[in-house]
Design a binder for this molecule. Structure first.
Ligand code: 13P
Ligand code: SF4
Length: 329
């Protein structure tokens, strides 16, 4: 009788090769929570935008392999200009970052003299260089409150580029800003009707909602109307969702964000149920990063994978990021 030979696992083999190469090349592998599972599983750190920025700034490694999208790798390079930053696919962009250009921001600022500009980190280096403060989904409220405290209650804030995050910050602070009408196509696609459907299917579930979502405003309205228990709704960054699931006693969670987020939640809590608010909420840009591409980036390096930011531009773009980190360390 023929003896069945063990089938080699090509994913595990690639992951082993990648780990060995990372050691040999003094490289750290950072992965966003939306990355495909096999990339998350091989990374040194998996996290949200703010957490990964911190890791990029603090790492002692000479090379950062950034498994995420272009603006994130650019932010890593701005914070660590002496390090080599590799993005396994330089075409991995972001529809939200594309929704405002530096020229558009300059025109907007000229129309609002004296206003303070707050931009989400999902922006290009050129836009950051025109920005006073950066923020992420986890610290946007803190950053905006800081500005009113430090610059005065009458200060006009130009907030962008995400209109849903802007509306969320306005709702929490109870104050108006001037908000850019940009959006992320993935999060904007999670609609109020999605929430209505899953509410019916999973009564009693907790809602973990990313503030970029097109449904975020309506979820807050359900809460205000008493249709959804306020205690069961949590507007969170991707890192905040993980932290919340650790604290909560609930056994079922509806997750309103990019579906990659289900992997770290399920891996950490095998006994709990995590359901996507919309299964189609998949970021094609994030999914452009594959294990073979990560391996090729680290093995071959060079112009095909390296993210470079002009030093003078990087210096201007660093200031709003550093201001953000000082407010929300
Ligand atoms: P956070 O991971 O900071 O919540 O951001 C989500 C996002 O949309 C990144 O593209
Ligand atoms: Fe950009 Fe949206 Fe993709 Fe995040 S999910 S990288 S905001 S397009």
């Amino acid at each position: 009788m023929a003896v069945a030979l063990p089938v080699a696992d090509p994913v595990a083999a690639m992951q082993r090769e990648l780990r060995a190469l990372a050691e040999e090349r003094d490289a750290v592998i950072l992965a966003h929570n939306y990355q495909v599972p096999e990339v998350q599983d091989v990374a040194d750190f998996v996290g949200d935008s703010l957490g990964l920025s911190r890791q990029a700034a603090d790492t002692a490694a000479g090379t950062i392999v950034f498994c995420g999208v272009h603006f994130m790798a650019e932010t890593a390079s701005i914070l660590s200009p002496q390090k080599t930053v590799l993005l396994p696919d330089l075409g991995a962009g972001c529809s939200l970052a594309d929704s405002i250009t530096a020229q558009e921001l300059r025109v907007w600022k000229a129309e609002h003299p004296g206003a303070v500009v707050v931009m989400y980190v999902n922006t290009t280096a050129e836009v950051k260089a025109e920005t006073d403060y950066c923020c992420t989904s986890s610290n946007a409220v803190k950053v905006v409150e800081h500005i009113w405290r430090e610059h005065g209650d009458d200060t006009e804030i130009l907030f962008g580029p995400d209109m849903f995050l802007g509306a969320y910050v306005e709702r929490v602070t109870g104050r108006r800003m001037t908000v850019w009408m940009g959006e992320c196509h993935v999060h904007a696609g999670i609609r109020p009707s999605d929430i209505a459907d899953v509410r019916e299917a999973y009564p009693g579930a907790e809602f973990l909602v990313h503030p970029e979502c097109g449904c975020s405003t309506s979820v807050m309205e359900y809460v205000a109307a008493g249709d959804v228990d306020a205690g069961g709704v949590h507007m969170l960054s991707t890192g905040g969702m993980l932290a919340h699931a650790r604290r909560s006693d609930a056994d079922t969670f509806v997750v309103a964000t990019e579906t990659g987020m289900l992997h770290p939640l399920r891996a950490e809590h095998p006994g709990k149920r995590f359901v996507a608010a919309n299964e189609a909420a998949v970021c094609g840009y994030m999914k452009m990063i594959t294990l073979p591409k990560v391996l090729a980036a680290l093995r071959d390096g060079g112009d095909a994978y390296t993210v470079r930011v002009d030093p003078e531009l990087a210096e201007r773009a660093r200031l709003p990021i550093e201001r953000m980190v000082a407010i929300a360390p």
